[in-house]
Design a protein around this ligand. Structure first.
Ligand SMILES: CC(C)(COP(=O)(O)OP(=O)(O)OC[C@H]1O[C@@H](n2cnc3c(N)ncnc32)[C@H](O)[C@@H]1OP(=O)(O)O)[C@@H](O)C(=O)NCCC(=O)NCCS
Length: 165
């Protein structure tokens, strides 16, 4: 079996609740998805807020391949929820992990009676927008020139919503 196909196999990942012990791994993952990575302290501080919860994709065991494949953080206040961040390790992308992480969030939110889930995404982020559309999110607002990029370019933020009722 070639290395790339091994890395892309995601059925052996388990999606488990994110705990403070996972924050260093989560921070390392975040740095692989965003220009301004969140430190483990920032992620830990978020997790200590009562309405914040998350999931991490882990391979069981302690071997070289037991590392985390991605994580998601969300917040539920009253019946309205928000995705704070989601990232999948580049070598594990496009193999269903993002979908499974979002699925775990949606199950928990439905179990807790949430009515809607919001998120904000750069309209230029093709992968993420495609994931959210596939999950059924609709664009409810746009914020022009919201994200700044290297070289001074700016792009629009889409505010997307999924009705959970
Ligand atoms: C967005 C992200 C989390 C998606 O994770 P992923 O594990 O690769 O996504 P999945 O494999 O579960 O894909 C699920 C669906 O999303 C869409 N999608 C994901 N990646 C895509 C791509 N590169 N091109 C087109 N569609 C894509 C597809 O509809 C896909 O379903 P399909 O494979 O049956 O066609 C991942 O690309 C990532 O970590 N990006 C960097 C961080 C980031 O931008 N986070 C979102 C910020 S709002």
């Amino acid at each position: 079996m070639s290395a790339p196909s091994l890395f892309r196999r995601t059925s052996d990942f388990e999606i488990v609740p994110l705990t403070v012990e996972d924050c260093a791994d989560a921070s390392a993952l975040h740095a692989q998805g965003f220009r301004r990575p969140w430190s483990d302290g920032e992620i830990s501080a978020l997790l200590h807020q009562e309405p914040v919860f998350g999931f991490i994709a882990r391979r069981p065991g302690n071997g070289w391949n037991s590392s985390a494949g991605g994580f998601v953080l969300a917040r539920l206040v009253e019946d309205e929820a928000e995705i704070l961040t989601i990232v999948v390790r580049p070598r594990n992308r496009r193999a269903g992990l993002g979908w499974r992480l979002m699925g775990a969030v949606l199950r928990q939110l439905r179990a807790e009676g949430a009515a809607s889930l919001f998120l904000e995404v750069d309209e230029a982020n093709r992968e993420a927008v495609a994931l959210y559309r596939k999950l059924g999110f609709d664009t409810v607002a746009e914020r022009a020139a919201y994200y700044d990029h290297d070289g001074g370019a700016r792009s629009t933020a889409l505010v997307m919503r999924l009705n959970l009722g």
